[in-house]
Ligand binder design. Structure first.
Ligand SMILES: Cc1cc2nc3c(=O)[nH]c(=O)nc-3n(C[C@H](O)[C@H](O)[C@H](O)COP(=O)(O)O)c2cc1C
Length: 242
């Protein structure tokens, strides 16, 4: 049953409702991801800008026999869910909103968690995607670490693999702040002006993109070599086949 696919699909998700600082740091991470291997890495990028994601209404239809896995609310959810399912590695870049992720993204995550609890008749699939988190806000010590932690907890709940960047710049993920500026390009401008904190955020985003991708390769190679006769747990089937 194991799968010899060697290419890696990296999906970058910007959780901001605008193209701004999150997109900027995400692009740094995605460039680093591409550099891991130009031929074998393909990059897809998604922005929440202009998208509609309604909240879960707890109808529990996604858990019923006939409608299993389908969300009754039809909006931008389905497209991003499909991208999420296809990816080997996911990098979330979000602005901190009220010490956490923006509401639109929480709507996506709530609905994702419930609707993909069974894939191709396999309950509790182990997705084994690598997941990295970038969070930046307007202020200092203003929820970046809490936001990154939330995303990494989401990764664990989805049976994925949380990955950080390298060194002291990136304990859990990549964090940044705009030094109280509201502009979309604040971090980019600060980086251009050799600002120390923006430099740390950029370094962390780069090493995060690299490590999330490298780890996805390692997992993919493992999948290619796993002998499923010693490995009867059906919950691994989706990732072994995709
Ligand atoms: C509703 C709302 C809540 C926010 N809450 C926080 C916060 O808790 N901490 C913080 O540092 N910045 C907060 N901010 C500021 C944004 O995180 C900041 O402007 C960020 O750089 C925006 O990223 P973007 O350019 O990717 O949209 C908030 C902004 C909005 C609109």
């Amino acid at each position: 049953m194991s799968n010899k696919r060697t290419n890696i699909k990296v999906l970058g998700i910007s959780g901001s409702p605008r193209i701004g600082n999150s997109s900027y740091l995400l692009s740094i991470a995605l460039q680093a991801a591409q550099k891991v291997n130009n031929e074998l890495v393909s990059i897809d990028s998604y922005s929440f800008k202009g998208k509609k994601f309604g909240p879960c209404v707890a109808c529990f239809k996604c858990g019923e026999e006939k409608t299993y896995g389908e969300c009754t609310i039809k909006d931008d959810f389905q497209k991003l869910r499909d991208k999420w399912l296809e990816a080997d590695a996911i990098i979330y870049a979000v602005p901190v909103y009220h010490l956490s992720i923006p509401g639109q993204m929480k709507c996506f995550i709530d609905r994702l968690g419930n609707t993909v609890k069974k894939i191709r008749n396999v309950p509790a699939p182990k997705f084994m995607k690598t997941v990295g988190a970038i969070a930046q806000g307007m202020h200092f010590f203003a929820g970046q670490e809490l936001t990154i932690s939330f995303i990494l907890h989401h990764a664990v709940l989805m049976n994925c693999i949380p990955v950080s960047g390298d060194g002291w710049q990136s304990y859990l993920g990549a964090a940044g702040w705009t030094e109280a500026q509201r502009d979309r390009d604040s971090i980019g401008k600060l980086y251009g002006a050799s600002d120390r904190d923006a430099n740390i955020a950029v370094q962390a985003a780069g090493s995060l993109g690299q490590r999330v991708t490298e780890m996805a390769f390692i997992i993919r190679q493992g999948i290619a070599n796993v002998d499923t006769t010693f490995f009867p747990d059906k919950s691994y089937t989706p990732v072994l086949e995709i």
